[in-house]
Design a binder for this molecule. Structure first.
Ligand code: 1GP
Length: 254
């Protein structure tokens, strides 16, 4: 059942925006803080959890997913850095092909290894074109992935890359400046990619203020991903959520 994908497409058709909170298992210090974050996410009407990252150094991925699944209603989507980051107890997986790069392992290699495991699991597979965009300094994801991000002042490269990804059959596009990015993805870049594809567009990296969240959704992001900003300042979550709620209520959809 393609539940999450269907939901994302129907929200996009209505113009409704969603919020995903990125949880890096390495940054979860203890169960009490995770419980606090979960409570806040439920209160703030967060739509999805993305759990993972390009580098996970602790062995807590499964524990974090188990906690989120057993204690709250928000769907858990794996955001894997490699096929070492699979966990069948999540709801879905962003099956990321790093189409902004030219590293064959992250375009198709890891996917071949993961495919038989995913086929046997109940995980909903979300075929996603993953595009890294330069944020002003090297991020963990660009280093670990051994790829060069798309220059942020070259939206036409982003647009053509997204188009090619969609033509290859990818169902979602994820524009990422990288966790903790110095600069989020420029509005012009998001806008040009938005106009080039019809699939839902996920945007994240460096969104650490309600103003940046508003700019990204007005430029055409369908799903905003917020991680690092919330780790530093929990109240950001309610502020970003307010931006989304007021945008969505202006559409008369709930
Ligand atoms: C990173 O898009 C996500 O892959 C979220 O980025 O942690 O900077 O919010 P932040």
């Amino acid at each position: 059942m393609a539940q999450i994908l269907e939901e994302l497409y129907s929200r996009k058709a209505m113009g409704k925006k969603s919020i995903a909170v990125l949880i890096d298992p390495d940054k979860v210090s203890d169960q009490a803080s995770l419980a606090r974050l979960l409570h806040l996410c439920v209160e703030s009407k967060v739509d999805y959890f993305f759990v993972g990252g390009s580098l996970i150094t602790t062995n807590t991925l499964s524990q974090v997913i188990h906690f989120l699944k057993t204690n709250g209603p928000i769907p858990v989507v794996l955001f894997p850095g490699s096929n070492m980051h699979l966990d069948a107890s999540a709801d879905a997986i962003l099956f990321l092909s790093l189409i902004s790069g030219r590293n064959p392992e992250l375009l198709i290699g890891q996917h071949v290894l993961a495919a038989p495991i995913l086929r046997k699991s109940q995980l909903e597979v979300l075929p996603t074109g993953y595009m890294l965009v330069d944020s002003g300094r090297q991020t963990t994801v660009s280093y670990i992935s051994n790829t060069t991000p798309i220059p942020s002042d070259k939206p036409e490269i982003g647009a053509c890359t997204a188009m090619a990804g969609e033509m290859l059959g990818l169902k979602l596009m994820y524009l990422d400046a990288g966790s903790g990015a110095m600069n989020p993805i420029p509005v012009k870049f998001i806008h040009q990619v938005r106009r080039s594809v019809s699939c839902p567009l996920i945007v994240g990296g460096g969104i650490n203020s309600p103003e940046k969240a508003k700019a990204a959704i007005e430029a055409g992001a369908d799903v905003l991903v917020v991680g690092n900003g919330i780790e530093k300042n929990l109240s950001l979550l309610a502020e970003v959520s307010d931006v989304l709620q007021s945008f969505n209520s202006s559409l008369n959809v709930h």
